[in-house]
Design a protein around this ligand. Structure first.
Ligand SMILES: O=C(O)CCC(=O)C(=O)O
Ligand SMILES: [Fe+2]
Length: 337
């Protein structure tokens, strides 16, 4: 993990004391399969994570609640499962785990930020997503990829209103079960505050105008549109006040509506690379990602599809499910169209 000293304010580095890792691990060893009753599991994980040392607990809560908090936080020295089993080849879930410690860690951290939610077109509506390289998806701009740089993006959600940056998660939590054996895979995070500090004012003005159409996520276009583009209405990339900018970028293609907008978007991508924090996730580490304050990316890495590839588990989290109630499925109050 490297961190640019000047941007310390947009990155938080948190670690559990060894005794706390062991204590939380012991409690989570007996966690039943959370998918059987996710609200009960989430309540139980809340109880377990309440034993975090006060300053650490407060840092995670602050990350979720404060506008001036960092956009990304690494949490280290988390408990892991006794046996992880092979990395799933098919996009998950895994079948060889000894228990549900990693799921418990994910739900415990997620519950301190807000409410995990599912979307039917993303991992079949599951609340715990497995992020693993999938054969056939190597070169896509989705979390199945490995052979390409996954561009700086926000996790967006197709919505019939034409805005894909409204029903999407406020946060992503990424918990690492298996690191990339070759150590190549890097996760990047570029905070919009740092991006705005670097970009010239003419580029910023263009990026703040509705000169862009975002393509829906690959998981959506694949399942609903046979892979064709499904574009948003014209939207700005940057919005919100000068000190608290929000950014929305799609991984799966951004259409700039004129040449100046295209040039400004190119400039944005370069700037993301120059200000980004970098993390090589390892087992026992989780990354808390604010999906509005910044954009994330992932380097290319080698996938062998042999059960030993890099493996993350992910949740999508919103502070509140209220604003997306128009999308809820009748079957499950956490799962949305
Ligand atoms: O693999 C990573 O590090 C991040 C992938 C990603 O963009 C995501 O899971 O949303
Ligand atoms: Fe993503």
């Amino acid at each position: 993990m490297t961190m640019r000293a000047a941007e310390a304010a947009t990155f938080a580095d948190l670690a559990l004391p060894d005794a706390m890792r062991a204590a939380i691990g012991r409690e989570l060893e007996s966690l039943p399969d959370p998918s059987a009753d996710i609200d009960r599991a989430s309540a139980r994980c809340h109880q377990v994570f309440a034993m975090l040392p006060l300053d650490l607990l407060r840092s995670v809560l602050d990350f979720g609640r404060h506008n001036d908090a960092p956009g990304v936080a690494l949490v280290r020295n988390l408990p892991v499962d006794a046996r992880t089993g092979p990395t799933p080849l098919d996009g998950g879930p895994g079948r060889g785990k000894s228990g549900f410690v990693s799921e418990g860690v994910l739900l415990g951290l997620s519950g301190l930020l807000g409410e995990p939610l599912g979307v039917l077109t993303e991992k079949a509506g599951r609340l715990i997503h497995d992020v693993v390289p999938v054969a056939g998806g190597e070169r896509t701009q989705t979390n199945q990829s490995s052979a390409v740089f996954l561009n700086f993006h926000s996790d967006i959600t197709y919505d019939p209103t034409g805005r894909y940056d409204r029903a999407n998660p406020d946060f992503l939590v990424l918990n690492c079960l298996r690191g990339d054996p070759a150590g190549e895979a890097v996760t990047y995070y570029a905070d919009a505050r740092d991006i705005c500090g670097e970009l010239p004012s003419d580029a910023l003005e263009i990026l703040r105008g509705p000169h862009f159409r975002l393509n829906a996520p690959g998981s959506y276009t694949r399942s609903v549109a046979g892979g064709s583009e499904v574009l948003s209405e014209p939207v700005p990339i940057l919005s919100g006040g000068g000190t608290h900018p929000e950014i929305a970028v799609s991984a799966n293609g951004v259409h700039a509506l004129n040449r100046d907008a295209g040039a400004a978007f190119e400039r944005l991508q370069e700037t993301c690379r120059s200000v980004a924090h970098e993390v090589r996730l390892e087992p026992g580490q989780a990354l808390l990602v604010n999906n509005r304050k910044g954009v994330h990316a992932r380097s290319r890495f080698a996938a062998r599809h042999d059960g030993r590839d890099r493996w993350l588990q992910r949740t999508y989290v919103r502070r509140s499910l209220w604003d997306i109630r128009y999308r809820v499925t009748p079957q499950d109050h956490r799962v949305h169209f």
